[in-house]
Write a protein that binds this ligand. Structure first.
Ligand code: ZN
Ligand code: ZN
Length: 415
């Protein structure tokens, strides 16, 4: 038997219904903010990621699916989508049109990581890129939009945390203050922290080791050391978030790990996820597009893992599908069943039927296994009278109804 590639999954109904609902909500909410979708290819030249993400990152050195095509050109299955968006912007000069300043994407990404619960080698992301607007209101609006989206899909206990990581002017000042303060207590820090203090001091702030926490809580705060422009930007962010009705907290140690962030970084968590409650994050990346070979445009973005989002959603109640199974049995009834199914669909109901003859008993069994709510029986008598027996498999109730009334009854129960 041939099985799916390790770390990939096949999705079918009813699980796929949750994916579709999330994707539809994303499209609906994002379009209200004037965002349009961009779909870039899954395959990109390997060079794009080496140049864009950096040839020393884990993604590029260990996690990419990279292979030569038949002509020997190196291709990579995209491990993330921002680099592809940046490439498309330049290639089609999209950045010259304000119409393409707000983009979202929904699609699979690929990383060769060790598969574990909730982590796949083919995983799926929803993300946005806001391009060309460096004002803090752009950050606030993109954050407000994701919060609205999470509320629409039903994520519980959503919390927003923000921070500013400064700019190339003030960040070195902060890093120096951080290094000098933490060096005084270096002996109390874990090995990772001591090493990062030398190589990448900002990452120290991310440390989750309990014994490091009291020391890190005493670390300098970005907001005390921001330059004037960054400070004003952060104040603008707070004000715009308030205007847009987004509740948020400052988290002084939020750095999001990636070096390309400038000024705003944010993280959204959900109480539904337990101890590791981060659901998504993002921030401003004013130099990134240029680094990716793109235009020198400021940008803001976030990305969210679908698999993780689905873990944060409440389990739907075990209910029957509001579908109608049209069962037919007896001479001449097939045509009447076709007519009835057509009538129900035209009225807006879901009608399912099978086209090989079987007994009512067998049809009822199949309808039950299909987990439908309704069954209509079309027998010889029903065909002649035009009055059908409607069974409600949820309540066990049974009614005799003409086609019109039947459709009305079913649609009345539509969620
Ligand atoms: Zn600054
Ligand atoms: Zn540590």
């Amino acid at each position: 038997m041939i099985t799916a590639v390790k770390g990939t999954q096949d999705l079918v109904f009813p699980e796929i219904a949750a994916w579709q609902a999330v994707e539809e909500a994303a499209r609906r909410v994002f379009s209200r903010y004037g965002y349009t979708e961009i779909r870039t290819p899954v395959l990109e030249p390997t060079e794009l990621f080496i140049r864009g993400i950096g040839d020393e990152t884990d993604i590029v050195t260990k996690e990419m699916f990279t292979f030569p095509d038949r002509k020997g050109r190196s291709l990579t299955l995209r491990p993330e989508n921002t680099a592809g968006v940046a490439r498309a912007m330049v290639e089609h000069r999209l950045h010259e049109s304000p119409l393409h300043a707000r983009l979202y994407y929904i699609g699979p990404q690929f990383r060769y990581e060790r598969p574990q619960k909730g982590r796949y080698r083919q995983f799926h992301q929803i993300g946005v890129e806001v391009l060309g607007d460096s004002a803090p209101g752009a950050d606030a609006e993109a954050i407000a939009m994701v919060v609205e989206f999470l509320e629409v899909v039903g994520v519980l206990g959503v919390r927003v945390q923000v921070n500013s990581v400064g700019c190339p002017v003030c960040r070195p000042v902060f890093v120096e203050a951080l290094r000098s303060r933490l060096s005084e207590s270096a002996a109390g820090l874990c090995g990772d922290c001591r090493r990062r203090l030398e190589t990448n001091p900002l990452r120290v702030l991310d440390c989750k080791v309990p014994s490091c926490q009291p020391i890190l809580d005493g670390a300098p705060r970005f907001r005390d050391l921001l330059c004037e422009a960054c400070s004003a930007h952060h104040a603008g962010l707070r004000e715009a978030l308030g205007r847009l009705g987004v509740g948020f907290a400052e988290r002084d140690r939020l750095v999001r790990g990636l070096d390309y962030y400038t000024r705003t970084v944010f993280e959204v968590s959900s109480s539904a996820l337990g101890a590791q409650d981060a659901l998504l994050g993002g921030g401003r990346y004013d130099g990134l597009l240029e680094q990716l070979g793109g235009p020198a445009l400021p940008g803001f973005g976030w990305a969210l893992g679908m698999e993780r989002l689905l873990l944060a959603l409440p389990k739907p109640a075990a209910r029957r599908e509001p579908w109608t199974y049209v069962a037919w049995s007896g001479p001449g009834t097939y045509g009447a069943a076709l007519d009835l199914a057509r009538h129900l669909r035209a009225a807006g109901a879901v009608a399912v039927m099978e086209h090989s003859a079987r007994s009512f008993k067998s049809a009822l069994k199949r309808a039950d296994r299909m987990n439908v709510r309704w069954v209509v029986l079309v027998g010889e008598e029903e065909r002649q009278s035009g009055v059908y027996t409607l069974k409600d498999l949820e309540t066990g109730e049974q009614q005799a109804l003409a086609a019109e009334a039947l459709a009305e009854r079913i649609l009345k129960e539509r969620p």
